[in-house]
Design a protein around this ligand. Sequence first.
Ligand code: GLU
Length: 291
Amino acid sequence: MSHSPAGRFAPSPSADLHIGNVRTAVLTWLFARSTGRRFLVRVEDLDDRTFPEVAQRQLDDLAAVGLTWDEPPEYQASHEDHYLAVVDELTERGLTFECFCSRKDILQAPRAPHAPEGAYPGTCRDLSDNERAQRRAAGRPPAIRLRSDTAEYTVTDLLHGTYTGVVDDFVLRRGDNVPAYNLAVVVDDAAQGIDQVVRGDDLLPSSPRQAYLAALLGYSQPVYAHVPLVLNADGKRLAKRDGAVTVSEIGAESALAQIAASLGYTATTLDGMLAEFDPSQLPRDAWIFRP
Ligand code: GLU
């Protein structure tokens, strides 16, 4: 597998791409192409709420707006053995523990006074062998969590500068044995030579966890660019109920032209946008889309 530098777009095929997703894809492509990187597409289909026919429509929509990628798309579902081998490696290094908590257990657990919002409260981190055996016997299959030795980690983001965020004992493998998003993304980015991660800024808070895990695994740190999302007129995430929001509803040419205009370009083609591309001039606020 080639390791020349690359950027990527990594959609989850749970629903058709809306214009906001396509705008992120276009930015991902612009960041990669303008810096001489390869551009890859990765289908993040580990979750059982994802569908092969949706993945195919997503790829068709990306192609319809003119995006090109340099290798056939990778499908995460075909890498499960690799993810689980990495979890095993971390376990052998003493860097994981079994967690028997339900979502409710986690929400109801007492938190240390200064523990960050939403962070795992540490309930199962130091169970004795006996306690663990009891929990196993009770029948709930355990998730595997990372035994993190830091509370936070700092990443570099081309739009947000230096960003420091929470690193808790996050899940690596879910109780149903499915590799967790944070693990899969880190393993694949390293395996595919991704050194530039461009994606929606809703994922900025996940980046310290991912960068910390990459460091533990000896992978190099990607540079990040978390780009503004597209919202509806109420300031909420764009969704199907907002009307005509997908590429097939809007039409590929019109979708691309509206994306270009939203980014402040006079060009309406990808090559024209590439010629005008300047990351320092990108809008920093969400784009409000009215179908
Ligand atoms: N699959 C994730 C999503 O659709 C994006 C993952 C990433 O870019 O790191 O939101």
